[in-house]
Ligand binder design. Structure first.
Ligand code: E4P
Length: 215
């Protein structure tokens, strides 16, 4: 399973990279706003830090506008993945990007039928938002399983990015299902490392070792 960081804050990305755990990065307009930096500048810097797919989202809602923005973004770096919303115009744009060899991440996916359409349009990645579904009492991970089942039956190449991850259980369940990628905040990535018994065990080992050094 690949791990992407879901942030546009470069200090967080550098920290994740220092653990050797970051295979790519996803951003969205809200995350760019949160970084407090100009879009293009921050995307260019992320591309220098991580050698993997970097999702940058278009903000147009018509196909022509998406194509214009996406083609420009694709010029920034070879690793740029153009993030496109899962609306009719987005599917049209995805098909054209696919024919042009531009990689796409179809985002804001909340149903398996939407995911089926994205794969048919030639999406490189599909991003089902598990946390936002859980927030409204729908099972986000169940959606991921349905998408994986459909993609498996038809042997689609589209990879599933489990997005809107809020906690380690989302990662655990996604990994058990064989989802290709999980994109998560740095905080969740760090939670995955932690276990209280590890900390207690290490403290005891060090205390016992210290005792052997006396006298
Ligand atoms: C990633 O591609 C999504 O934009 C992101 O995971 C959304 O997460 P949120 O629901 O926590 O905003």
């Amino acid at each position: 399973m690949k791990f992407f960081l879901d942030t546009a804050v470069v200090d967080e990305i550098r920290e994740g990279v220092s653990y050797g755990l970051v295979d790519g990065v996803t951003t969205n307009p809200s995350l760019i706003a949160k970084s407090g930096r100009p879009f293009r500048e921050v995307i260019e810097e992320i591309c220098q830090i991580v050698d993997g797919p970097i999702s940058a989202e278009v903000v147009s809602t018509d196909c022509e506008g998406m194509l214009r923005e996406g083609r420009e973004l694709a010029q920034v770096h070879k690793n740029i993945v153009v993030k496109v919303p899962l609306i009719a115009e987005g599917l049209k744009a995805t098909r054209i990007f696919s024919e042009e060899g531009i990689h796409t991440n179809v985002t804001l996916c909340f149903s398996a039928t939407q995911a089926l359409l994205a794969a048919k349009a030639g999406a490189t990645y599909i991003s089902p938002f598990v946390g936002r579904l859980d927030d409204i009492s729908h099972n986000g991970l169940e959606l991921v399983q349905h998408i994986l089942d459909i993609y498996d039956v038809y042997e689609f190449d589209t990879e599933v990015i489990v997005a809107s991850i809020r906690n380690p259980l989302h990662v655990l369940d996604a990994a058990r299902m064989g989802a290709h990628i999980g994109t998560m905040p740095l905080g969740v990535m760090k939670q995955l490392m932690k276990h209280p018994l590890t900390d207690i065990g290490l403290a005891n080992f060090l205390k016992d070792w210290e005792a052997t050094q006396k006298g």
